[in-house]
Design a binder for this molecule. Structure first.
Ligand code: BJW
Ligand code: ZN
Length: 260
């Protein structure tokens, strides 16, 4: 069990940075939990937290639930197809690259809520994509993976009437491989993530609002098991009151400093 540092609010950000650098350097088992803020500096919008975020512009029940899919699957597919294209042309940012480099120096387990592959493209092994992968397409009805190339789209001219491809096996529509509201998280990745935070002595929580469950339970489980939990986020979040330290910085600012 590591000693819990005092709360951060009154300390300067350099002092917090130094404390976190030391905690991470001395960690026996470090777990990093990332959310949408991790990829914000790669040009991928977050879901919450700014006027440009998805759920401040669109209704999550329409775009990210089974009832939403059944009501208007062309609209839902068009949104996901556009995001698949956006992610494909995005690049990992210095925060993604720093985590990959850190994992070459010390034991680090990476768990993400993100559906992009930017951690992998930066060179990290990801233990769990808790909310799936956007490009792991599968049939909505029979679950058969869909591996064919998608027709090219123009990122600058989204088409809200674009229909999803048909499953070659049963003819139903193909859906993105993400976890929608009301759906259960993939069991093995979830269990592995719980085990990882139970064994961690330091947990870094990067770029998540901490509003979506059960992922938001992971920092709480970690603390109950004696870990020191550090949040890296330029804004306060639903987790801030529960963490040991809040480093008010972006992922691409803070994470490279862990290599100092
Ligand atoms: C930066 C930054 C920078 C910006 N650097 N940081 C009441 C209590 C408990 C649970 C529930 C409840 N009511 C309903 C539920 C269940 C529901 C839930 O949690 N709802 C809450 C919203 C209330 N959960 C579920 O339904 C889950 N399944 C489930 O619980 O199954 C059991 C069950 C079944 C049936 C009924 C009830 C229970 C499934 C959740 C699926 C989440 N899916 C989404 C979208 C799909 C994927 C996709 O399209 O991409 O996943 S929602 C969206 O939120 C996405 C994300 O992975 C997820 C979390 O978001 P995240 O990562 O935290 O990002 P943001 O955008 O929220 O925050 C960004 C943060 O970054 C901000 O804080 C910024 O400040 C910060 N930031 N720039 C660092 N540069
Ligand atoms: Zn099918």
């Amino acid at each position: 069990m590591s000693p819990a540092p005092s709360k951060s609010q009154n300390e300067g950000s350099d002092a917090i940075a130094l404390t976190v650098v030391r905690l991470v350097r001395d960690a026996r088992q470090l777990v990093v939990l990332t959310g949408a803020g991790m990829s914000a500096e790669s040009g991928i919008p977050t879901f919450r937290g700014s006027d440009a975020s998805w759920w401040s512009r669109f209704d999550p029940q329409r775009l990210a639930s089974v009832p939403g899919w059944k009501a208007d699957r062309a609209l839902v597919w068009a949104w996901y197809r556009w995001r698949i294209a956006l992610i494909a042309q995005a690049q990992p940012n210095p925060g993604h690259r720093a985590l990959a480099q850190l994992a070459r120096r010390q034991s680090l387990v990476l768990v993400t809520q993100n559906v992009d592959d930017l951690h992998e493209r930066a060179g990290s092994d990801v233990l769990a994509h808790l909310h799936g992968r956007i490009d792991a397409l599968r049939c909505f009805a029979c679950g058969t993976p869909y591996t064919r190339e998608l027709p090219v789209i123009d990122l600058h001219a989204p088409d809200p009437t674009l229909e999803p491809p048909a499953c070659p096996h049963c003819g139903d529509a193909v859906r993105p491989g993400v976890v929608w509201f009301g759906e259960i998280l993939p069991e093995l990745p979830w269990r592995a993530s719980v085990e990882a935070v139970e064994q961690a002595d330091v947990v870094l929580v990067v770029g998540t609002s901490g509003l979506v469950y059960p992922a938001a339970e992971l920092p709480q489980i970690a603390r109950r098991n004696g870990a020191t939990v550090v949040e890296i986020n330029p804004q306060p979040s639903a987790l801030t009151a529960q963490v040991d330290l809040h480093w008010r910085a972006t992922a691409a600012q803070a994470l490279p400093r862990l290599l100092d």
